[in-house]
Ligand binder design. Structure first.
Ligand code: HEC
Length: 204
């Protein structure tokens, strides 16, 4: 009976302290906060949830011969800013994220099953910055992305180049020249407005 009362008191005191910390704005929500119990608890909860979610996934990886190439172009646009691959850096901002997006060749990613990868990519992970790609990608496209994720440890130079420049969709990465032309073509809509705008006031 004494023991039971002790447990109840401990729990109540714990809740009161947590309530005080939360209600008075003292819980550190900064991305620079040092690791605490949430960083221990959340990954465990996440692992279990991914494991469970993956059980409902039936066809996680695309067998299409172009899957890796198709996945690459999705990856470049949707994933590379946050997740590095060997030889190609992510955007600078990813260093300030908490949790830090893992590199795609990391053990934490590659040890997952195809179905687990599919589930994460489709559904995202809330409150981490990991988006749900199922809101604007078909299952088939997510299967292409999974195929690319599986391929990141064996990237060719041409594929790395394609990730950096935006070329490489489908079969365009056979020649350097073709690559260049393609990447400039792909870049021009984004690149042209700036020079045009700054040049126009001085133009005669
Ligand atoms: C805005 C940044 C951002 C983008 C864009 C993004 N991710 Fe993530 N991703 C994260 C973060 C943050 C995590 C969570 C890491 C954690 O929980 O420790 C994560 C987790 C993951 C994981 C799970 C790793 C694990 O430990 O379970 C995979 C796989 C993944 N992302 C793949 C992708 C793919 C593929 C894309 C593109 C289709 C993508 N991500 C786009 C930020 C991002």
């Amino acid at each position: 009976m004494k023991f039971f009362a002790g447990v109840v008191v401990t729990v109540l005191v714990g809740l009161a302290i947590a309530g005080f910390v939360f209600a008075t704005g003292r819980f550190n929500v900064a991305a620079t906060a040092p690791p605490d119990f949430t960083d221990k608890l959340a990954p465990w909860v996440l692992d279990k949830a991914i494991e469970r979610g993956a059980k409902s996934v039936t066809d996680p990886i695309s067998k299409d011969p172009n899957a890796v190439a198709l996945g690459l172009s999705h990856y470049r646009e949707n994933c590379l800013p946050c997740h590095e691959v060997p030889g190609v850096e992510a955007a600078e901002f990813h260093e300030g994220m908490n949790p830090t997006p893992p590199d795609m060749d990391a053990q934490a990613v590659q040890h997952q099953s195809d179905a687990e990868l599919f589930w994460v990519i489709k559904n995202g992970i809330r409150m981490t910055g990991m988006p749900a790609f199922g809101v604007n990608h078909k299952d088939e496209e997510i299967g292409h992305i999974v195929a690319f994720v599986r391929h990141v440890t064996q990237l060719t130079d041409a594929e790395r180049q394609a990730l950096k420049t935006g070329g490489g969709e489908e079969h365009h990465h056979d020649t350097e020249a073709g690559e260049e032309a393609h990447s400039h073509g792909a870049r021009s809509p984004a690149a042209s407005p700036a020079p045009a705008a700054s040049a126009s006031p001085h133009h005669h």
